[in-house]
Design a protein around this ligand. Sequence first.
Ligand code: UDP
Ligand code: MG
Length: 320
Amino acid sequence: MKTIWLVIPCYNEKEVLPETSKQLQGIMEDLIKREKISKASRIVFVNDGSKDTTWEMITELHRENPLFTGINLAHNRGHQNALFAGLMTAKEYADAAISLDADLQDDVAAIEQFIDKFLAGKDIVYGVRSTRETDTRFKRGTAHAFYKVMNAMGADTLEDHADYRLMSKRALEALSEYGEVNLFLRGIVPTIGYETDVVYYQRHERFAGESKYPLKKMLSFAVEGITSFSIKPIRMITGLGVLLFSVSVIMLIYFLVLWLLGHTVAGWTTIVISVWGIGGLQLLALGVIGEYIGKAYLEVKHRPRYQIESVLYQKEKEEE
Ligand code: UDP
Ligand code: MG
């Protein structure tokens, strides 16, 4: 039987914890009773430096029922880091971990489908929301634009998949090899590979309390996503530099002709050509510098070069 851990990052979630823990406990105990998952399965709440009584509540839950486990971070490090901490702990004990939010927005009824796909041999199962009716029009619009920009910039993300996903032990082990500190999990996970599948679910409204992701955090999350995956913005500067510089060369010829024909005010040609020429050259130079910085940036992340899916190897048959 497989051991499954649920990993739930929590930041000031005292309003939702009682209900979340109750629902998850019901689901996990049922799965254990039906012998679908092992008794070693756990629900782990990662307290991301909450300022309210979240940690006290987690401690209490653990005392009452060992099904609940807690990890207490020393400081608020943000959703992605809290999630990573939980996943890296789960990796040591579980055959697979499912990450979800504390506010019951990720439909907990889908948990069993994730497990079914895992038991069928998938290493990564993505939860994809089927509708966005519960979101405001603004959130829907910005979210859509976000995925568009992300993909255009070279970060391969799955639209409408947040961080509701299952990862097998070996997928988690692969994840642990990513050396970067700026985490953008939904961009990293697809680069791991292995067999994947998708589970569709209905996204609910936040059950209680307020979103811990105001617009400001969302924007910085988007910038993080783009800059930690691609150096395309740098390429764009280089491209612009080449373009401007080419234009300035064409203009140089054009203005020289005009000047030779005597159609211009004295001094104008030199000024216009130098403005364009120097501007273009500067951008080009910035782009070239950027290329090197970009290379260094990609190097310092020390990402693993590959993950081996399987090896075909047979020991020589032993003589009998
Ligand atoms: N969260 C966290 N640390 C933070 C912010 C949020 O661990 O600094 C957790 C939060 O408790 C929740 C999940 O991340 O379980 C998603 O946050 P939220 O529901 O507020 O975001 P939204 O659904 O509004 O995007
Ligand atoms: Mg939420």
